[in-house]
Design a protein around this ligand. Structure first.
Ligand code: G3P
Ligand code: MG
Length: 384
């Protein structure tokens, strides 16, 4: 038995299947960790009776901070290392709009955090509603900016700036003010404040990071989310113009987010396998068994072997995950997402968030589990 093969038997192996987790209502409730999540992820990191390591990523509709900050928080709460390559937030795929729009209004989140996130993505001129409120306080007659809010504003003359797109990144902290400003811009001439279009069709494009109507927090009942704000703005727009609001949606269950997620998962699986191969110190060893063993752990037949190049990072070609277990708490976004785009995704609905198990879910999952630990145990057993 070559040393490589022995190493693979001695060490944990890498599964051909993978996991993707929703965060709110599965891993967290508000700021608090759902205790079962810690053990669930420990199991995927190799602490299971099959001694197998299972790659996983997180796909949340949440956001409002950088992917880096989100990972730091998750890592602390879970007691493991979560890297930026493993996390997709609702607004992450909006990076693709960087070269499309010059002046953007980013809505939602605390203070100017979302401005910084958008700048981090590479957007050039990023404004937030607070900037507009500072420019002309009469835009929002019943709201006075605090000193703290004024401190994060940029000074700009919005009668001379054409906002090209409105990007709702995170939940609005001030629905009244944000709606007033979003509606004014939608009805404006080319996104210039203080102007009114005759057709109501000259305003900027409107983008939402997700459309969750409700979401699970540490309060007993679900709270209205970004999707509810969208419903509200659409109703106001319709009342005002008689027309239907045009919105571009990101997040789950949108197909664009699914494609983005598949790319992220595939990269992460490659990364996990490469790291594993490197740990096995293969430099001087034959590596022909590794590829086949990672695809099929039971397969001992050397005739299936594919020789790997020495620089595994560049050459490792992985087939798609055999099954992707997606664990979520919201039927309308999570289960619909996992059921809609690829039959190799296996939807699991847990009862720790929006869905509480009292009625039949609107979108039917392949499996319902109590919590994320239950879901991980079920999937591992199903695979072995
Ligand atoms: O605002 C966040 C919320 O709507 C959902 O987050 O992790 O359940 O997709 P998540
Ligand atoms: Mg959720």
């Amino acid at each position: 038995v070559p040393r490589v093969r022995k190493s693979l038997m001695d060490h944990e192996r890498i599964a051909s299947y993978a996991f993707a987790f929703d965060i709110d209502g599965v891993i967290l409730r508000g700021p608090d960790i759902i205790p079962e999540a810690r053990l669930a992820l420990r199991m995927l990191n190799g602490h299971n009776k099959y001694n197998i390591r299972v790659p996983y990523i997180f796909i949340t509709n949440g956001g409002g901070r950088s992917e880096k900050a989100r990972c730091k928080d998750l890592s602390q709460k879970l007691g493991i290392t979560v890297t930026e390559d493993q996390v997709i937030q609702g607004h992450t795929p909006m990076k693709d709009l960087v070269n499309v729009y010059t002046n953007v209004l980013v809505v939602g989140g605390v203070g100017d955090t979302c401005r910084k996130v958008a700048q981090g993505y590479g957007f050039k001129n990023v404004y937030i509603p607070l900037d507009i409120m500072k420019w002309k306080p009469s835009v929002t007659p019943y709201y006075t900016l605090s000193e703290e809010e004024k401190a994060v504003c940029v000074d700009a003359d919005f009668s001379r700036i054409s906002i090209d797109a409105i990007l709702v990144f995170a939940d609005s902290r001030n629905w009244a003010a944000d709606q007033q400003i979003i509606l004014e811009l939608l009805l404006s001439k080319n996104g210039v404040m203080g102007t009114v279009s005759e057709t109501a069709e000259e305003g900027p494009g409107l983008y939402f990071a997700h459309s969750d109507f409700v979401w699970a927090t540490d309060y007993g009942l679900s709270r209205y989310g970004m999707g509810a704000l969208q419903v509200s703005i659409a109703a106001l727009y319709q009342e005002h113009t008689g027309k239907e609001l045009q919105v571009t949606r990101f997040g789950k269950p949108q197909r664009g987010t699914f494609r983005f997620a598949e790319k992220v998962l595939s990269n992460w699986r490659r990364e996990t396998l490469t790291e594993h191969v490197e740990q096995l110190n293969l430099e001087d060893e034959p590596v022909e068994s590794v590829a086949s063993e990672t695809e099929s752990e039971e397969d001992d037949d050397a005739s299936n072997s594919q020789p790997l190049e020495k620089d595994t990072k560049l050459t490792l070609e992985l087939p798609p995950a055999s099954t992707v277990y997606f664990v979520g708490d919201t039927p309308e976004s999570d289960i619909r997402f996992a059921n809609s785009h690829d039959s190799s995704w296996y939807s699991i609905l847990v009862k720790t968030g929006v869905y509480q198990g009292k009625t039949a879910p609107k979108y039917t999952p392949k499996k319902i589990c109590e919590d994320v630990l239950d879901a991980v145990k079920f999937a591992i057993e199903r695979e072995h």
